[in-house]
Design a protein. Structure first.
Length: 616
């Protein structure tokens, strides 16, 4: 027999240059072009705060169009609200000295509190409210009459930066994010099915918690699809529906994993078989919904049902972090005021900026350490650019060429997916532009530049010191608060019913609480037990809600009494009592020749989740 020729397709790695893929180079060049365009437009319009246009481009340096546009919207919103707050605070307290600092501290704490209650772009907008007050009001603390003009100049320059990066993104075809998001949802779908097929993984609460964390973590990114294109609303709704279906499928897999191999009597065995078949059918339905939603993302069509994705946020954690932020700021402000040093407004503004940014990162201590590295590096780059490269020149063409290595080099590092390096690169790029302060014509005052750099470095050091004196909420403390709130479940359930959340939306809200415990557990010594308890609470809440929904569908008189008995058993959280109620309902349905298999199956699943022991 002649040999059969076979061909194998080998996946080639993406083209790269100097260790970075071509897509990263395209992203870096787009950022440089957008920055040059923003500076040129600011110089042409003779804006007062041209550096704000350049830093806006640096802050909005995101690989995909939708993410950048969403952040731009919230950046403008936060700037407007922050400017109004700066005017009110300085107008009311500018003559009172210490009360003005106290007013700034209260505003910092309030912004941090709101940021901890939100996520994604909304949390960033809350942070920008604080940053705007820091840059518009605190830097003009000795001349409050300039606060309004400083805020307006900043808003105008930001608008130029947003328009510049939007124009460059469209002209140079910045990639859309929905294909990446669709592939990530598809990968999570495969993980859910793998979680169902592996007996060891199915029994692991930690594996389920990690899966829920990765699903919930997509929520802010899905929100950015709205601003990506005209079809962004449909794609966001489809992706959100797929995300909720993934959580529901994970919950069903957890219920299947809780089923025992066998039960004691033949009647119970029959109920167990009915339950297993019903859960497999529900899992297949969720898989079908997920596949349909993924196709809707591809075709930009509205999904069958539009659902919200509510998140759970602890007000206690937000309040404690807000109080710590206000205390840290006031302590540093009092220290600087007591020192009597001139021109420390910039230092105070840097402190407020970092305190606000710490509300958007998982570990504020890491941000403090990175800031201590980023600020001196920014001073070095800005000094080299101003006094060695340009060295007294004011030609815009030379400015554009001089900025290219710094902007493109740092943007390449920003394009890396994970790690500390992208955070360090972004902070370095932003502060290099702030310290360099491009103007038309360029100003070269070594003494002013050195003073500014020293104050910026001092601000980063004081922020790090404040983290040590008044540390942020520890992982153990956050886990303890979240677990205490899980144990107060009935109150939370009533609040959700008042918000008119359906089963999938309530389930997602519970999953977001698991995600918070997993995130906090990364810095906690008792993470394992906490995750186990959180996942168990997630399983029980899902099973009880599912049983209540199935019982509510029983309207025939013979089954109403059996349904009432089942609800009583559910309220007692007694697995054996719930199983007896399911058997009674099954017998009642047989006697009257009606079907109650779905309700019986859901009750059996709930009994198994309760591990067939009372108050377990």
């Amino acid at each position: 027999m002649a040999p059969v020729a076979t061909t194998t397709s080998v996946e080639r790695p993406p083209l790269s240059l100097a260790g970075f893929p071509v897509s990263s180079w395209a992203f870096a060049v787009r950022i440089w072009l957008a920055m040059i365009l923003a500076l040129y437009a600011s110089f042409w319009l003779e804006l007062d705060s041209t550096s704000a246009a350049a830093t806006t481009v640096a802050i909005l340096a995101l690989p995909t169009r939708g993410q950048g546009f969403e952040k731009a919207e919230f950046r403008l919103l936060g700037t407007i609200v922050g400017t109004m707050a700066a005017i009110v605070i300085t107008g009311a307290l500018s003559q009172t000295g210490s009360l003005l600092l106290a007013g700034f501290a209260v505003w910092v704490g309030l912004c941090v509190y709101v940021a901890y209650l939100l996520d994604g772009g909304r949390a960033y907008a809350a942070v920008l409210c604080c940053v705007t007050v820091a840059l518009a009001a605190m830097e003009n603390i000795d001349s409050p009459q300039l606060v309004f003009s400083a805020g307006m100049a900043r808003a105008a320059s930001m608008s130029v930066g947003v328009l510049a990066i939007g124009l460059v993104s469209d002209l140079f075809a910045a990639p859309d994010y929905h294909p990446v998001l669709r592939s990530r949802l598809s990968a999570l779908q495969d993980r859910v099915m793998g979680y169902a097929d592996t007996p060891e993984g199915s029994a692991s609460a930690s594996a389920g918690a990690m899966l829920l964390r990765d699903i919930v973590a997509l929520r802010p990114e899905i929100t950015s699809l709205t601003t990506e294109s005209s079809s962004g609303t449909a794609r966001r709704a489809a992706a959100q529906s797929a995300m909720l279906s993934l959580v529901a499928a994970t919950s069903i897999v957890r219920m299947i994993a809780s089923l025992p191999p066998a039960l004691s009597t033949a009647a119970e065995e029959e109920l167990l078989d009915i339950c297993r078949a019903w859960l497999m059918q529900k899992l297949a339905e969720q898989q079908k919904h997920i596949s349909a939603d993924l196709e809707a993302i591809r075709t930009a069509t509205m999904p069958f049902s539009r659902r919200r994705a509510p998140i759970y946020r602890s007000r206690r954690i937000a309040a404690e972090n807000g109080l710590r932020a206000a205390a840290s700021f006031f302590l540093i402000a009092a220290l600087l005021a007591a020192a009597g040093w001139p021109s420390t407004q910039l230092c105070l503004a840097i402190v407020a900026l970092f305190i606000a940014l710490s509300a958007t990162v998982p570990n504020p201590a890491v941000l403090a350490k990175v800031s201590v590295l980023a600020i001196p590096l920014s001073c070095l780059l800005a000094g080299v650019l101003k006094f060695m490269v340009l060295s007294g020149l004011s030609d815009f063409e030379l400015l554009a060429i001089a900025l290219a290595p710094i902007v493109i080099g740092l943007a390449l590092i920003i394009s890396e997916p994970n790690g500390i390096r992208p955070v360090l690169a972004r902070l370095t790029l932003v502060f290099t532009l702030l310290l360099f302060t491009p103007t038309n014509p360029e100003t070269y005052d070594p003494q002013t530049f050195l003073t500014t750099c020293l104050l910026a470095v001092l601000g980063s050091i004081l922020f790090l010191a404040a983290q040590l004196v008044i540390p942020p909420l520890s992982g153990d403390r956050r886990v303890k608060i979240l677990l205490a709130e899980i144990r107060r479940k009935p109150r939370a359930l009533h609040a959700r019913r008042a918000a008119n959340l359906d089963y999938a939306e309530e389930l997602f809200c519970d999953a977001s609480r698991v995600e918070q415990i997993v995130t906090a557990g990364a810095a906690s010594s008792s993470a394992g037990a906490a995750i186990e308890e959180a996942v168990k609470a997630f399983d029980r809440a899902a099973a009880v809600r599912q049983s209540c929904a199935e019982l509510q569908r029983l309207t025939m008189p013979p089954l109403v009494i059996a349904a009432a008995m089942a609800r009583t058993a559910l309220s007692g959280r007694d697995g054996r009592a719930v199983l007896r109620a399911a058997a009674t309902m099954r017998e009642t349905a047989k006697r009257h020749n009606v079907s109650a298999d779905s309700a019986c199956a859901s009750l059996v699943a709930t009994a198994c989740v309760f591990q067939l022991s009372p108050n377990d």
